[in-house]
Design a binder for this molecule. Structure first.
Ligand code: FAD
Ligand code: DLZ
Ligand code: SF4
Length: 511
């Protein structure tokens, strides 16, 4: 504990008592500042669910701080403070005895670099603490990345799992394998009912925020009549507990499924809580491991789930900070087509895209395969503008912050990062989407056709993508089978497919 009087700024996604700027904080000396500010809420057109979730969770965390005896300065959006810096300046002018500003580092390069100028602007030390809510530090990731030829997630994951001792049997992976994906990933064939989720009906605080968000952000996407997210850590833990008991046993099996009947299937719906600080990643993984060791969850499901958190989540964060700021402007395939307006309305006859975009707009959620293989895959095949697509994802999802959104969108889905993240593009035709679920049965288009008015647009766009990038894709051993197949086709057949795809792109607005 220190004797200095500190001003501690807590961002909307840092709502954890374990976060580093609060580690040696004291109600006797320190003031906590929270700010709902226009700049953060509007730099993209964030989904109303995301804003309502963050503002409500912030207000409730500030209440917890007050009940712990902290002096709290809370700026609500009605007070019209425009930036986080302005909030800090306003607080300092009313608390001139503060001798330092402390903050946990933000998850966005833009904001971190702004904060690096604050000491000068405030004429006061501004201490930015490394965010220890993650399991891999910047230094550990850098040491790993510097030692590798290619940065494959699987090897990163094994190292983290060993260090943390999760699902380990001495120094061997539990069950003898590191990865059980071969047992996972069934398509959806309507055989299992998806249980109801625990829902959190809006209380008074949430209701007030919902009204405020409707007033200030009416032009943003989102249907707040559906708002049922947890907004404090107790609720988030109740949500997690239900997931571990009821949904996790089927998580692996349906991880890659696409269903007409369910927007969430057996996924965790925990990204928003992990990223905002309401759940701790290590605790979540330990809880999943305990359920496995109690024989309540198959190993393949527990391992698959834990890999997402200690593997993918930490890995994409590492990639982001290792390669920023250059990463954001990569565009390997030179993709610049403006995104169609139906990305903001869901008004398309392509059933898989209609369903995935509609639920994203309405609730701020889509599961991984919808994000990657439906919306992302279409964006890749159609050559949609990388920056426009990334901004769309950043705006759309309740769990979206640039540290996690950018590598997933630009790197994994759009393959625009010169192969840093993926050894081959996640490009697929309509056949994949048909195999994974039942959208095609309700679609205007036919996944078995490649050209003609009823042909699934993914099919010709897939071959057009292969054709346009044939030379560079042929150099990739993992793509050689497909590029070889394309080369073997008759020239007239190739022409008719690529010409059809060109026509599709010309009328992309009306697909
Ligand atoms: P589950 O399927 O239940 O997985 C459990 C947890 O594992 C997730 O909550 C998340 O914390 C972690 N996880 C799983 N996959 C990834 C991944 N690829 N990267 C990082 N963490 C992962 N995730 C975000 O948190 N924010 C984003 O803005 C985001 N944007 C994405 C954009 C694209 C194009 C793609 C393909 C993926 C994106 N992801 C993002 C990753 C993943 O899709 C979401 O984490 C997941 O869908 C969240 O839902 P869930 O909690 O039900 O996840
Ligand atoms: C995303 C977001 C939104 C919508 N609003 C605020 C806000 O009003 N105040 C705040 O402190 N943070 C907000 N955020 C999150 C930040 O924009 C930023 O994305 C994260 O802090 C990066 O980790
Ligand atoms: Fe999607 Fe094509 Fe299937 Fe329609 S036919 S649902 S567009 S994959």
């Amino acid at each position: 504990m220190t004797n200095t009087k500190r001003l501690i700024l807590i961002l909307a996604d840092q709502l954890s008592w374990q976060q580093p700027a609060l580690q040696d904080a004291s109600p006797n000396t320190d003031t906590l500042v929270f700010a709902e500010v226009a700049k953060e809420a509007t730099y993209v057109r964030h989904n109303k669910h995301k804003i309502a979730f963050l503002f409500t969770a912030m207000r409730k965390f500030a209440d917890q701080a007050r009940s712990k005896g902290y002096s709290v300065c809370y700026f609500s959006i009605d007070q019209q403070v425009k930036t986080l810096l302005e909030a800090v300046q306003n607080t300092l002018s009313s608390q001139p005895t503060c001798d330092a500003v402390h903050v946990c580092e933000p998850g966005e390069y833009r904001l971190k670099h702004e904060m690096l100028t604050w000491s000068d602007k405030l004429a006061l030390p501004c201490v930015i603490h490394e965010d220890r809510r993650f399991l891999c530090s910047h230094a550990e990731f850098k040491a790993w990345a510097d030692s590798q030829k290619t940065l494959r997630m699987e090897y990163f994951y094994r190292g983290i799992r060993k260090r943390l001792g999760i699902l380990m049997d001495d120094d061997k992976p539990e069950g003898g394998q590191w990865n059980y994906d071969a047992d996972n990933r069934s398509g959806w064939r309507n055989k299992d009912a998806v249980p109801e989720r625990i829902q959190f009906a809006p209380d008074k605080v949430t209701q007030t925020v919902i009204e405020t968000v409707e007033e200030h952000f009416s032009h943003h996407p989102g249907d707040l009549s559906q708002f049922r997210y947890a907004t404090d850590s107790a609720e988030a833990r109740a949500h997690l507990e239900q997931f571990i008991q009821i949904f996790l046993p089927h998580f692996g099996q349906y991880q890659d499924a696409l269903a007409e009947e369910s927007t969430t299937l057996f996924h965790g719906l925990i990204g928003l809580y992990l990223n905002a600080g309401l759940l701790d990643p290590l605790e979540v993984c330990q809880r999943a491991e305990t359920a496995y060791r109690a024989n309540n969850v198959p190993l393949a499901a527990a391992e698959g789930f834990i890999r997402q958190i200690i593997g993918w989540r930490e890995y994409v964060r590492g990639i982001y900070w290792y390669y920023m700021p250059g990463y954001a402007s990569l565009n390997s395939w030179n993709a610049n087509t403006p995104i169609p307006t139906w990305f903001w309305t869901a008004n398309t006859q392509m059933r898989c895209l209609h369903k995935s975009i509609q639920q994203s707009l309405e609730s701020g959620y889509a599961h991984h395969i919808q994000r990657l293989m439906v919306i992302g895959n279409f964006s890749l095949l159609a050559g949609l503008s990388v920056t426009e697509v990334c901004d769309w994802y950043l705006a759309m999802y309740v769990d979206a912050y640039e540290w996690v959104e950018l590598p997933n969108t630009l790197g994994m889905a759009l393959n625009a990062d010169d192969g840093i993240m993926a050894s081959k593009p996640y490009a697929a035709s309509g056949k994949y989407i048909a195999k994974q679920g039942n959208h095609c049965q309700q679609c205007f288009y036919d996944p078995k056709l490649t050209t003609g008015p009823k042909a699934c647009p993914y099919n010709s766009l897939y071959w057009r993508f292969i054709d346009r990038h044939l030379e560079s894709l042929s150099k990739n051993p993992r793509m050689s089978l497909i590029t070889g197949q394309w080369r073997k086709r008759a020239a007239e057949e190739r022409d008719s497919i690529t010409q059809w795809a060109d026509q599709i792109l010309e009328r992309i607005e009306s697909l």
